[in-house]
Design a protein around this ligand. Structure first.
Ligand SMILES: NC(=O)c1ccc[n+]([C@@H]2O[C@H](COP(=O)([O-])OP(=O)(O)OC[C@H]3O[C@@H](n4cnc5c(N)ncnc54)[C@H](O)[C@@H]3O)[C@@H](O)[C@H]2O)c1
Length: 284
């Protein structure tokens, strides 16, 4: 399995994932509705609007596996129906085309937003922490709903064709350059409270994507991806006490910096482990 198509190649995450696969010796076709600011070396870029099913077929012509990252990546950025329509149509079409092309392995970028805490305007708090994949999905926004629909579509296409589809519920994506921002927030619990101080290095996401297409027998599965630690230099216990005092069901040690977005399933199912942590990238 050496020929892959990566969507969302002009975005934040796409270039790191595409670069990772190139380094591993894959033939990468990268695609996006707009060209990347910097062309990713040794990839073939083909522009495509995934809202068009024919274009989805086109970018999958030679692919053996699909990494689907393209989306409007947050809530309340565009009008709700634009976000929902774009993301759901793009995910449906690329999976429909992947099925039509006989592709057997796919990865979808889903989001931690799906649990509802990140974008709540009603003060929703986690039922328990760390939030794992069994946590209720209670979002109020169209972006998160689009991710629920994409995950549901993954189930449909798996049942229809047997395609293996791993939907990664990503924590806050951090590229190498973004560690420069960390000193501005690691001592303040407020700014990253809605994301439960999650983060995940884009290189660790890329590694998980490769494992997801190398492994067999996964079916259609949803998996959180988060670093082992939080993005705060405040213990997990202090963060919870200060910002979520009403959470009583706490299922991890709180004296260190344990993530509140569980990555246990990713480790168990994929044999993945994150290796890039902010403490190795930020001078304190
Ligand atoms: N950035 C994060 O912290 C984060 C967190 C959780 C999940 N995610 C998910 O990860 C994925 C990548 O996120 P990102 O931060 O790189 O987003 P991004 O906006 O930087 O990149 C997404 C790319 O998708 C492209 N795109 C959108 N709609 C398209 C369409 N219809 N046809 C073709 N291309 C289209 C955009 O042009 C853009 O370049 C997204 O699916 C996002 O929802 C991101």
């Amino acid at each position: 399995m050496k020929r892959i198509t990566i969507t969302g190649a002009a975005g934040l995450l796409g270039p790191t994932v595409a670069g990772y696969f190139v380094e591993k010796g894959y033939e990468v076709l990268s695609t996006d509705i707009k060209p990347p600011a910097t062309m990713i070396p040794n990839t073939r870029f083909v522009p495509a609007n995934l809202g068009n099913l024919g274009e989805c077929y086109g970018v999958l012509e030679e692919a053996e596996a699909l990494i689907h990252l393209a989306a409007i990546p947050r809530a309340y950025w565009y009008p709700n129906e634009v976000t929902f329509g774009n993301n759901v149509t793009a995910s449906y079409n690329i999976l429909e085309a992947a099925a039509g092309r006989g592709i057997k392995k796919a990865v979808l970028a889903s989001s931690e937003c799906i649990y509802g805490i990140v974008t709540t305007k009603k003060g929703l708090i986690p039922a328990y922490v760390p939030m794992d994949e069994d946590h209720p999905l209670l979002p109020e926004d169209a972006y998160s709903l689009s991710k629920i629909c994409a995950e549901a579509a993954a189930g449909v296409f798996h049942r229809r064709t047997g395609m293996q589809i791993v939907s990664f519920r990503l924590g806050n994506v951090i590229t190498r350059e973004m560690y420069a921002n960390f000193p501005g927030f690691i001592h303040d619990p407020k700014p990253r409270k809605p994301i439960l101080w999650s983060y995940i290095d884009a290189r660790d996401i890329a590694a998980a994507c490769e494992l997801a297409i190398l492994k067999d027998g996964l079916g259609s599965v949803t998996v959180n991806l988060a670093a082992d630690d939080t993005s705060a230099d405040i213990t997990t216990g202090e963060l919870l006490k200060a910002e979520f005092p009403a959470i009583t069901d706490i299922r991890c040690p709180v004296d260190g910096y344990h993530t509140l977005l569980s990555n246990k399933k990713a480790k168990e199912v994929l044999g993945w482990k994150p290796v890039h942590f902010w403490r190795d990238n930020v001078r304190l």
